[in-house]
Design a protein around this ligand. Sequence first.
Ligand code: ADP
Ligand code: MG
Length: 594
Amino acid sequence: MTEPVPIRVLPDAVINQIAAGEVVERPASVLKELVENSIDAGAQRIEVDVVDGGRRLVRVRDDGLGMDRESALLAIERHATSKLRQLADLDSIATMGFRGEALAAIASVSQFTLATNRAGAVAGTEILIFGGKIQEVRDAGLPTGTDIAVRNLFFNVPARRKFMRSAQTEFTRIRQAFVLEALAHPGLTFVLRADDSEVYRLPATSDLLDRIRDLHGEEVTRHLRALQFSNGVVDIGGYAGLPPFSRLDREWQVIFINGRPCGSPVVNYAIQTAYRNVLPGGRYAPIFMHIQLPPDLVDVNVHPAKKEVRFRRPTEVRDVIIEALRLAISGTDLPPPKQREPSAETPSEAPQPREAVPVLTRTDEPSLPLPAVPTAATQITLDLPAASAASEPEDLPAAGATPWAEYRLLGRVGGMYAVLETNDGLVLMDARSAHERVIYEKLMDAVGRGKVPSQGLLPPTAVAVSPAQTQALRKHLKLLQEMGFGLAEFGNDTFMVESLPVWVADAAPASLLSDLADGLMQGGKSAARDWAQPLIATIAGRQAVELQRELSEPELNALIRDLARTAMPYTSPRGKPTVILMSFRELNRKFGRE
Ligand code: ADP
Ligand code: MG
């Protein structure tokens, strides 16, 4: 018989270290907690210093309210917080921190200095803590604000110290955490120094776009569109990237919910949905999104480090985000172009602008007073004034608010790429991808309106498929018929194709059917229209352009204008770019003219 082990209350220092496991994972979490405290304290300016990736030092200085001695001593006690008085407050958390355990936890696993002063106080307070034990409390002459230095994180917890990574890895995390805070609060000045050299100096600004530019450079801001949508309860703001501009990681996808950087599966799902048919898999658009909603509709108390939230009305939030993103990246929120109805013109009536500006003729024409082997690019650079002179609105085909709303078709390269000149530069268009996009949207639009014009095949064609394909087609037969595919099962794994949606009527029935069946099989069990419809439209569009010969000039003009009128002109439904834009500025830079 062994002695019973007495139950004991854990000493505070141990509790703090356990709590530290939740709140403080690594130097970056220290930065986050300290910076958010500074923001809560009303700081206008926050300076962060790190040494050795934060492993040796994370120091955050602010010009906020500061603390008097009593509050400072309280602040480092567990569950001491000036921000939460009763449980009921949990429902309406407006400040960043709310648990009152970050400082105590951090101080218990580091060598910790807190120096702080309130405006108008005689003297400030400096507190030194070593592994959770107060070493010294003393007066100090200090400016108003708070200066907290955290040295040698986990010096007294070897198990956790082992989990820290290289200085470089930890610094990457530090930088990411800093960037998040800086993006969340463009109105505050932020400075980050690492090992004494300045990494970021971010002046306060009223515009998030300035902050994005200061952090990530000019280029990304040129591909961002403002997000602005609200259903009266949920407000979406910020910026979203216009496809095909994208990255291979999510580093530039930053979501703020009521000002706090955090994520939620609902938000990710909404983003994925909005970009599904415009970006290839594995590519992520830059997104800097602010979601504002009444505090009682979000539960922030899910994740100890407050990285994830739960919504009380998730579908509503999801739909508002999708709509906001769609509006931003499709440009349909822009006022329609003022001029006449473009579809009234037939392509052959379209003007031939290159006659208006003879110097901008195709490169293979001998009349050019240019050096040998001129390229389209050099001509454009040389002929800037002529180019802008030629862009009188009445000379040009009308289109939506795309960069090629006004353009001149210069010719074709490589058989399938059309070369356009616009007021701003050069546009290369992949005719096939563009055509896929156009067919996709026409078909989806017609399906949405419940009337798909279809064209009879004369004679109807019998197509043999595999047994598995038969099953897939049979299962989705009704949907296919609604989408304008006149199919009938003929037995023996054969289908009669009697008619096709007009836009894909030229496709080869056999490969179209086989592709459709394969696509539908991969879609799995779900019979949901929301995936099957776009899938069918995508496959049909691809098949329709597969056999396509080279388009004539009037056909190309029609395509260019059709593309401009689509909701998402920049990518094919399969996520390939339809156009590559190159501005004159970019060209000038490349030719060393800037
Ligand atoms: P919480 O932020 O959840 O309240 P913390 O442990 O992070 O818990 O901070 C405890 C308290 O210390 C805060 O409630 C606040 O009153 C005070 N405090 C912390 N950092 C600062 C700061 N930079 N300026 C002024 N007060 C601060
Ligand atoms: Mg805090």
